[in-house]
Design a protein around this ligand. Structure first.
Ligand SMILES: [Fe+2]
Length: 363
């Protein structure tokens, strides 16, 4: 790919794009000096080279993940940043099959990273941006979906499909104006109807553009359906909602609650779980709560500096700020607590009294 820099045109307000690095040319210290001299931090490439660029960052990420010289922390940074770029392009032009195919392949790389390197999700959790944008939210949901599906013992092909559902679940928001997506005040009826249309829009956009697994497509369509039938777009309930869609409903809600938005502060994990148990217990498929709490305890370790989580074998301490911290009793998945394990499991199988959040206290 040729790379360009913008230089001001003399006696005019315009800039001209000048090719500074040719395709296959090695980036040298002379280039670095030139960047420094002109105070430039970005290079540009022709828009028609975008597919090659997406292929390039996918390949570079694969190489970095396999490089034993690179620390897991650096790998996590590269995986996270490149995922954000890929989702940005996928949302900008979801009808472009290549963008979605790159996303598909990239999720496989992410899943390999998360499943083969035990500390990967901890490092990725540190990368998770609390400051909300539709792109960072999509990356967070992709990573948490994939890691949680793996934690639940699902096979890798399902983990891939569930991770991709996370990456693409909000594609239908691509035509909704930022002013509505980021509106700090209550939405009026017309705006709310527009927001509610995004699962079906995303489904329609992607249904024909590329071959996606039925599970992934269903997640895009059903990710706002509540288990008790109070969600949208169709008010589906119970068995009408697929298990991957129930998983993304939980993860999507958790990431939205813990994110910082223009109209609300970030909520720490312990408080987020309390809010979800108190206000969303009918909406979320209850057998997922317990393993999710154990999962949060395990992934965080020393990560989430501002939203620390510690885990015990059966007692998960979710730290927060001041009084917003405490202990939640939950058992790891396995036996009857694993909602996606062998054999059916019903809501009544989970002793929900054990999921009551304990009072605040030192974490
Ligand atoms: Fe959504």
């Amino acid at each position: 790919m040729d790379l360009y820099l913008p230089f001001p045109v003399e006696k005019s307000n315009q800039v001209s794009m000048t090719r500074v690095i040719e395709a296959f040319e090695i980036f040298r210290s002379a280039h670095r000096k030139m960047f420094k001299k002109h105070g430039l931090s970005h290079v540009y490439l022709p828009v028609e080279h975008l597919p090659q660029y997406l292929d390039y960052i996918k390949e570079v990420t694969e190489e970095v993940i396999d490089d034993p010289e690179v620390s897991t922390k650096i790998k996590a940074e590269i995986v996270y940043d490149n995922a954000a770029q890929i989702v940005r392009e996928a949302m900008a032009e979801p009808r472009l099959g290549h963008n979605i195919e790159v996303g598909q392949q990239y999720v496989k790389t992410v899943v390999r990273f998360v499943t083969e390197m035990p500390e990967a999700i901890e490092c990725l959790a540190e990368m998770m941006v609390i400051d909300y944008s539709v792109y960072t939210h999509s990356v967070n949901v992709c990573l948490l979906n994939a890691a949680f599906a793996h934690f639940l013992g699902l096979p890798n092909d399902k983990v891939n499909d569930i991770g991709l559902g996370g990456l693409l679940h909000d594609v239908g928001k691509n035509k909704i104006p930022e002013t509505i997506l980021k509106k700090p005040a209550k939405l009026d009826q017309e705006e709310w109807e527009l927001i509610k249309s995004h699962p079906a829009s995303g489904f329609r956009l992607l249904r024909k553009s590329v071959r996606l697994a039925p599970d992934t497509l269903r997640m895009i369509y059903q990710h706002h359906e509540n288990f008790d039938g109070t969600g949208y777009p169709r008010g589906l309930k119970h068995e009408q909602i697929s298990t991957p869609s129930r998983i993304i409903r939980l993860i999507d809600a958790y990431d939205a609650i813990t994110a910082q938005r223009c109209y609300k502060a970030a909520v720490p994990p312990f408080k987020a779980i309390k809010v979800m148990l108190r206000e969303m217990s009918g909406q979320i498929w209850s057998p997922l709560f317990e393993p999710f709490i154990v999962f949060l305890g395990q992934i965080a370790g020393g990560a989430f500096k501002s939203r620390r989580i510690n885990a015990g074998e059966t007692v998960v301490r979710l730290a927060g700020y001041g009084r917003e911290r405490g202990t939640i009793h939950a058992r790891p998945p396995g036996g009857r607590s694993n909602p996606v394990g062998p054999g059916p499991i019903h809501g009544s199988d989970v002793n929900r009294t054990r999921l009551r959040a304990g009072g605040g206290g030192p974490a």
